[in-house]
Design a protein around this ligand. Structure first.
Ligand code: URA
Length: 191
């Protein structure tokens, strides 16, 4: 797929997403939060759902969790031009509650479309919600973070959600190890 068709597919999906009324979250959202970054990136990060700042701005991971994510990306030499970032849900759940199964079911087609268009070489789930959705329902973040699985032939892993590190800074050391592992994985792809 050439770059123009990737961009076209993503902007078509984004347009459809911006008009989506498939679940009740459309009633309370300010903005749909589709995705950001480079559509040719080798690595795609998948978070959970927009928070307050994301709902207001229309961009994923712009709040406190996003700033922490940026630090880990910088630590392994990556910037927004090297990654694509999206969420399982494109609309904010009220009071940042966990997504409901029916909300995920209504929204998942957009994420799958993004994965299909971007064709990342590696997918990294941020937290348990996206890991349980893309890796498997029995995924346990404390047990399984930093391990590699497959998503339709694409290597996929999960790390702690940055918001979890804000609540429990003791997890930061494990996050560093997981990002170093990701750095190595990306390096192996280009060797
Ligand atoms: N948390 C998420 O999972 N996604 C965002 O975009 C922001 C916070």
């Amino acid at each position: 797929m050439d770059n123009t068709s990737k961009k076209e597919i993503l902007s078509g999906l984004k347009e459809k997403c911006s008009r989506c009324r498939a679940c009740a979250l459309c009633e309370t959202r300010t903005n749909v939060v589709f995705g950001k970054g480079n559509e040719n990136a080798p690595v795609m990060f998948v978070g959970e759902a927009p928070g307050e700042k994301e709902d207001l701005s229309g961009e994923p991971f712009v709040g406190a969790a996003g700033k922490l994510l940026d630090k880990y990306l910088t630590y392994i030499g990556l910037g927004l031009g090297d990654v694509y970032i999206a969420n399982v849900l494109k609309c904010r759940p009220p009071h940042n509650r966990d997504p409901l199964p029916e909300e995920e079911d209504a929204c998942i087609g957009f994420l799958l479309g993004q994965i299909e268009a971007v064709k990342p070489k590696v997918i990294v789930c941020l937290g348990r919600i996206s890991a349980m959705r893309l890796i498997g329902g029995d995924f346990r973040i404390t047990r399984d973070h930093g391990k590699w699985f497959e998503f339709h032939g694409v290597p996929i892993s999960a790390v702690y959600h940055p918001a979890a590190l804000l609540r429990d800074p003791r997890k930061k050391q494990e996050m560093i190890i997981d990002f170093e592992m990701l750095e190595q994985k990306l390096k192996n792809l280009t060797d």
